[in-house]
Structure formats: C-alpha cells, structure tokens
Design a protein. Structure first.
Ligand code: FES
Length: 334
C-alpha cells in the first residue's frame, strides 16, 4: 500500500512513508533519536523493534552484535518499515540540540583551493538553516541519487551561507566526479540536514576546550571554536590540527589570527609525515606533551577513526572525564 506506516515509540508516534528510513522519519517529525553517521557504520541509531517488520540490509557484526540482532535491534538509519511498528521508547539525548531535519537548497557561492587536494566551498542558502555547531548536512551528488556528509565549518546563526572543507578522494563520485571536476559557482545544491549528534554543548561556560582535528575534520571544530568564542571571547581553547604534510595544512592564517585576538586560544598544527620548523607527530602525543592534566576541559575530536581513538586515549591518560569527550569519526566521503 502507499499509505505511510506508523511507528509507535512509547509516548511518541511518527508516520513513515513506504520508502523512508525510520531515522529520517523521526528527525523530520522533530523527534530526536541519537544518530551520528547515517551510513550504518556507527550503531548510534539502533532501536529495538517489539512488533512489526522492516526491510534492512544485514548490519555489520561490529555495529550490531548477533545477540542484539536476535533481540530485535535494527539500525534505524538503514531500516524501512514494511508494516506498522512498535519500538521501545527512544532515548532522548538531552545534550544534543534538536533541530528538525529537512530538505535544504542553495547555490554554490565560492570554491577555493586551500591546500593540496582540499577545497573550501561555500553554499548560499535559499532559507536560513538552524543547526548546532558540530553538525553536518548531506549533499546530493547531481544525477546519482547518492549523498555525502559534510560538516559545517561556519558557526550557526550566519543565516545566508554554509562553509564546507572538502578533501579529494581519488575516484570518488562526489569529489572526483563532481566537486573537483566541474562544480561551478552559482550551480544549485540540494542537501538534507542538520544531521548528527556531534554537538557543541556549552554545558559549563568555564570549561576550556581541547579540539583535536585530523585533515578536514577541522571543519566542525572551526564551527565549535567560533561558537564558543562568541559566548566567551576569553575561553581557553587548545586546537590541534593533524595533517600529513605541510602542503595539507589550511586555514593556518585563520587560526593564527584567532590566537592573536583571543588570549585563551592556542593553535598547534602537527605534521605526522612531513618535516618543518613546527610540531611533528600525532595530535594525541602533542596533547600528552603539552598538557599535564586535561581535567576541567571538554574535548571534541573529529578525524579518521585511528586518529580519534588515539586522541581519546591521550585525553584519558591526562585524566579527562569520559563524558566530556565528544567524538566524530569520519568515513572518508568519496
Ligand atoms: Fe545509524 Fe550510524 S549506524 S547513525
């Protein structure tokens, strides 16, 4: 039938179209359920179905264990109802800011090469977008039906324009096939968003921030740093940006200017492969070397999974409380 299915979750109920993913239905209805990757790789969005059936690709064992699958857990970002559903009441993550997911349209405002294989692209929005610093949107690749996630690098509240940092992935449909190959200023861009629960939570205004980025994982941290400084220009913020070679570094001047204008801001670019007069090695090791204790800070990490895991280890070694560690692992958007 073409009628939407109903999903009941405790006190909450949403309608889901026959080809719509459950997570999409919840977020578009303004009902927040935890979510991160929207690609079936993180497990954040799992829900337990008590009644009803879904169409879902087999989940990775590492994301949903066999036991969980037997208990009726599914990944809501991958599952389409094939009947009305009852699921266990959804856990509302009170630390996340809840913005309704929607379709967004705009046009390319600028395209700038900022480092080797790295572009900064801005999109002028047709209508303002509400989001929380750290979140992302999914860009539709024209003519393919596929989407790719990109985090906003601008802070919320700059209504007209979004900034994205985009790294070329050789052979990738989005980057090689479109963004690095023929994207033009003025062309229309279709997106959905905002997605994700990697959200700046200014829970304690006195808390300093440690921001660890790998590559273009810098984008959401730029948004977070800007939002944090808008709230408190004196806030202590330690930014570590890890890249392989000096030619991969970008936005250096932006961070140096920020550090010059804000006494609390420290910016440390680190090269993991290249040699130069600045810091070398991994960002986690730099934190260990620089900060005798990370107590009293909160941290945001975004980058490749290995970098994020090493960074989390370093912060824990320096006594950061695990609940103050926020992380976003990105799977490269090819
Ligand atoms: Fe669904 Fe990551 S697995 S949001």
């Amino acid at each position: 039938s073409e009628r939407p299915f109903r999903i009941d979750a405790g006190d909450t109920s949403v309608e889901c179209d026959p080809d719509q993913k459950m997570l999409d239905a919840f977020l578009r209805a303004g009902v927040w359920i935890p979510n991160s990757c929207n690609q079936g790789t993180c497990g954040t969005c799992k829900v337990r179905i008590s009644t009803g059936t879904v169409d879902t690709p087999p989940p990775l064992d590492t994301v949903l264990s066999h036991t969980e699958q037997e208990q009726g857990f599914v990944l809501s970002c991958q599952s389409v109802p094939t009947s009305n559903l009852e699921i266990d009441s959804v856990t509302v993550d009170s630390s996340a800011r809840h913005h309704v997911l929607r379709d967004i349209s705009g046009t390319v405002g600028s395209i700038r090469q900022v480092a080797d294989d790295t572009l900064t692209v801005t999109v002028m929005l047709d209508e303002p977008l509400e989001f929380t610093a750290g979140q992302y949107v999914e860009l539709s690749i024209p003519g393919t039906g596929a989407t790719r996630p990109y985090s906003m690098a601008n802070p919320p509240g700059q209504d007209g324009e979004l900034e994205f940092h985009i790294r070329r992935q050789p052979g990738g449909a989005a980057t090689d096939g479109w963004i690095f190959d023929g994207m033009t200023v003025g062309e229309p861009v279709a997106m959905t968003g905002p997605w994700g629960d990697f959200c700046f939570t200014p829970d304690d205004p006195d808390l300093g921030l440690i921001l660890l980025a790998g590559g273009t994982g810098l984008a959401p941290l730029k948004s977070i740093a800007t939002a944090a400084l808008e709230l408190d220009p004196e806030r202590e913020i330690h930014v570590y940006h890890g890249v392989r070679f000096e030619s991969d570094l970008y936005d250096v001047e932006h961070w140096q200017t920020l550090a010059a204008n804000h006494p609390g801001v420290n910016y440390t670019p680190c090269l993991s492969r290249g040699q130069w007069s600045g810091r070398t090695g991994y960002v986690g090791d730099a934190v260990i070397a620089d900060l005798p204790s990370c107590k009293g800070f909160s941290a945001y990490l975004c980058g490749p999974p290995a970098m994020v895991e090493a960074g989390v280890k370093a912060l824990k070694r320096r006594r950061m409380s695990p609940r103050r560690i926020h992380r976003e692992k990105y799977t490269p958007a090819i």
